[in-house]
Each structure stands twice: as C-alpha cells, then as structure tokens.
Design a protein around this ligand. Structure first.
Ligand code: BGP
Length: 484
C-alpha cells in the first residue's frame, strides 16, 4: 500500500478561464490576449493577431464552454470526490478593458454562481486572480506589464475580487506561473509585451531588462494585493504560483553543476525567493549585471515586497530537464520545453520528460528552502492523444498512460508527505479537456473527463468519463493509499 495522505488533504483539479470558459464576448466580457491567439501544434508555434482575421479560428472563443456547462462539470468533479477546484477569474469579465472605473456586474454574478455551486458540492474554490488572461486593451495602450500603470489597474481588479468573494473563497493565487514572464515565451500570455505585434510566439524577442521589469511590476502588484488581503480579510490565504521547471546537471562535472545552479536560480527560485521572503535574493545583483538588466525599482517598492509575502507556495510540475556546458548535449524537442535530454526519462508526445521521482526531490527542496511553508501542487498532468471507442453503446476512453502518470506522481507525493513535507493539496491540470496554452490544441488532452471538441472547431461539447476518472475517484477515496 502507498503512503497515506492526511484526511484534510485537498484533492482536485485545476483549470484556467481562458482555456476553459469560452463565451469570450458574452455578458459584457472584453477580449483578452488568448482571444487573439490561433492554435498551433507541437511543431508550429501559435500565431498572435493584433487584428482579428475573420477567417481564422481562435480556440479560446468557445474553448470547452464551462460558461454554459459549469453545473454539469462541477457535479462531475464532486462525483470524483474532489474537495478543491482550482479555477481562474477572467479579468475581462470583470473589467472588459481593465480601465473601467466600475466592474461589470454580469461577470461578477457568474463567479458567484460558480462558487455557490462548488460550495453546494462541498468543494473549496482555489482561485487564480490572473492566469494568462490580461485584457488586450492593456496591451494596446501600455505594452502590458512593461508599464507601471498596470500595478494599480491590477490592484483595482484584485481588490474587487477580494471584496466580493472573500466569504466564498479562502485560497487565492495572485499570478499564474509568474516566473514564465522572465523568458521570451512568457511575453505573450504572462506579461503581454506584444503591443502592435502580429506573428508567432516563437518570434518574440524582448530585452532581459524589459522582461525582468515587467515581472518586477507583477511582484509589486502581487504584494500590494496580498497586503490588502491580510489587512482586511485575515481568514483569506494568499499564495504565489511558480512554473517549477527543475533541472539536473547532465554530469557530475562541476562546470555542469554550476551551470545548473545558475539555471535553477533564474528559472525556479528567483521569483519565489522574492514572494516568500519579501526581498530580492543575494544572488540577484550579479544575475542582473551578467544579463545587462537595469531595473527601475521605485521608492516604496522594497517595503511593499516585504509587507506582502505569501501564506503558501504553489507550483506546476510536469517535467524535468538537464543542463550541460557541452554545446553538443542533446536538447529536447517539443513545445515550450527548455533544456537537455535526460537519458533516464521518457517523454510525452509533446517532448515533456516525465519524472515522478523529481516531484519528491523538489517538494523536499522547496520545503527546505522555505522553512516548510504549506505547499500545493496546483498543476501536474499528462497531455496525450485520446481515442473514443463505443462499447455496448457506451463511449469509453481507455487512458492507461494517464493513469500511470497519475499513479507515479501521487506515489512520490505520498513519499514526500512521509518525508515531512507540509504538502496540503494537489490539483491535476486540465481534469476536463481544455485548450492547450502552449499549442492552442484540443487534441493535447489532459482530462479525466473527455469533451467532444476538436481542433477544427467541431464537436457538440458533450462530456464523457475516461477510465482515469474512476481511477482518480478511487485514489481520493482511499486518501492516496489505493494506487493499483
Ligand atoms: C501551464 C499553464 C496552464 C496549462 C499547462 C499545460 O504552463 O499554467 O495554463 O496549459 O501549463 O500546458 P499546455 O496547455 O501547453 O500543455
């Protein structure tokens, strides 16, 4: 039998409004960045259109239509035994351009219904305030988070969310995968540094100063909101969210080990060191100098960072990579992957190297670094091709690959809990099929619940339980002990 998780452990799934809700222009909603993005695939980066092309298909527009299926979907989540549902609020439902003085009541009312429905099923909502859905109007006017104006614009939005929902929601995350904004691939969905840009995600090339400045503004905005939450709603818990993309040195050559340390600091630790400890880490000055980064840190920023630290740490975990100083070391090919191949690991069809043991290792590393702060794995999952078969008149999706991925990651999380890590929750990414963020595809499916929706926009959106649905149900029921 596998290790047992505590009775209070939060089990559920994670989604993002822009990849799931659809209804992109319904009830007063404005356009956000993903609404301007076409679909791609593992070899074709997504295209961003500054102006909509009437002949193009924009996958976020309908997505898998949570907006009109939320009651049915939440009932299915409850059937799996969930007690937590991570979801995000679509900023443009609340402030269509980000710049209105008053929020859009129809948008606010929608989330009231969703939270009430969750509560009626005994499910705790875990809400990401900003998950890759910056109002497009803020791109056009400000070049996204490059502008300091965004701090107050975000604060107004976040304050509206807290004031309205604090009695219904206990756990909030400020920014999804905040560290992704440090890299060029994050300039689209994460920080929105794409003013006037039409082209593919792969072509975006902003300076390191611009990228780190945009993330600095997000740090300040996040802290300002956390400070407000702590002062006004002491029962609310505010968390960060890191795309944890850990790496190993490819060899024990000290040069590889040093290069790996630098990669981990920049990619994985830099943001959480600020958000957990309340100040930039000691190694930041040299990191900035070596990358030619000149940050504009205004008076008062450092105080805010210190005052608005997080109550819990959350992260996504899909894969690990390797780092080597050898220029000929083999690199992984796939969408959004960064880093070297690991000969001991297998990869998904999208080139993401699967590493359940790494989850145990890095849960311990994070716990060590941050004095055993409460942790949640708020994204983990396998994007795969699924096939629907009809057996005795019933649609079945046999997905042993997904079950295997889940089994191994839960087993290693259980070991981390037994190691003493203060892990309080786990939300599988895309527990119902949603649009992929990286490729905009539907066929890269993560769900325990299948949705009849395809890359050409066809499909009647009906839902069907995959084999993994029943497996996760059993895992939750047994508190993680029955993994057979
Ligand atoms: C994370 C994002 C999610 C989600 C997930 C899977 O980076 O927070 O929004 O999409 O990755 O990635 P993808 O959809 O590209 O397979």
């Amino acid at each position: 039998m596998a290790q047992a998780f505590p009775e209070s452990f939060l089990w559920g799934g994670a989604t993002a409004a822009n990849q799931y809700e659809g209804a992109w222009n319904v009830d007063g909603k404005g356009a956000s960045i993903p609404d301007h993005m076409r679909g791609g695939d593992v070899n074709t980066p997504r295209q961003i259109d500054a102006e909509f092309d009437p002949d193009a298909l924009y996958p976020s527009w309908e997505a898998t239509d949570f907006y009109h299926h939320y009651e049915e979907d939440i009932a299915l989540f409850a059937e799996m035994g969930w007690n937590v549902f991570r979801m995000s609020i679509n900023w443009t439902r609340i402030y269509p351009t980000g710049m209105e003085d008053e929020p859009n009541e129809a948008g606010l009312a929608f989330y009231d219904k969703v939270f009430d429905c969750c509560r009626a099923h005994g499910i705790e909502p875990l809400v990401t305030i900003s998950h890759y859905e910056l109002p497009y109007a803020l791109v056009e006017k400000y070049d996204g988070w490059l502008s300091r104006e965004l701090v107050d614009i975000f604060f107004k939005y976040g304050k509206t969310v807290l004031d309205r929902y604090h009695g219904k929601v206990t756990y909030f995350l400020t920014f999804n995968e905040i560290n992704i904004g440090l890299a060029n691939m994050g300039c689209t969905l994460s920080t929105g540094l794409i003013k006037g840009f039409t082209g593919t995600m792969a072509e975006i090339d902003r300076t390191a100063t611009e990228r780190f400045q945009a993330v600095h503004h997000q740090f300040v905005a996040s802290s300002k909101l956390i400070k407000y939450a702590h002062e006004n709603y002491p029962e609310v818990k505010m968390g960060n969210m890191i795309a944890f993309l850990p790496t190993y040195p490819l060899t024990c050559n000290p040069a590889d080990v040093l290069a790996n340390q630098a990669t981990m600091r920049q990619m994985d630790w830099y943001c959480s060191d600020v958000q957990v400890r309340g100040h930039y880490p000691y190694y930041a000055k040299r990191l900035w100098a070596e990358n030619g980064i000149e940050l504009d840190i205004q008076p008062g920023d450092e105080e805010l960072l210190a005052e608005g630290t997080v109550d819990f740490y959350t992260f996504s975990y899909y894969q690990t990579n390797t780092v080597s100083v050898d220029p000929n070391a083999e690199q992984m090919k796939g969408n959004m992957t960064m880093g070297g191949k690991n000969p001991y690991l297998e990869a998904s069809d999208w080139g993401w190297q699967i590493d359940p043991t790494g989850l145990r290792i890095f849960l311990n590393e994070i716990a060590d670094r941050y004095d055993n702060i409460p942790l949640m794995v708020v994204e983990n999952g396998l994007g795969a091709f699924d096939e629907v078969v009809v057996e005795d008149g019933v649609e079945r999706i046999h997905d042993p690959y997904r079950i295997d991925y889940l089994r191994k990651h839960v087993r290693d999380m259980g070991e981390a809990v037994a190691d003493g890590v203060n892990l309080i929750g786990y939300t599988w990414w895309g527990p119902i099929d949603v649009v992929s963020a990286g490729t905009g595809e539907m066929r890269k499916r993560y769900g325990f619940i299948y949705v009849d929706k395809h890359d050409d926009g066809t499909g009647d959106l009906h839902r069907a339980r995959k084999d993994s649905f029943f497996y996760y149900q059993k895992v939750i029921k047994s508190h993680g002990t029955d993994l057979d």
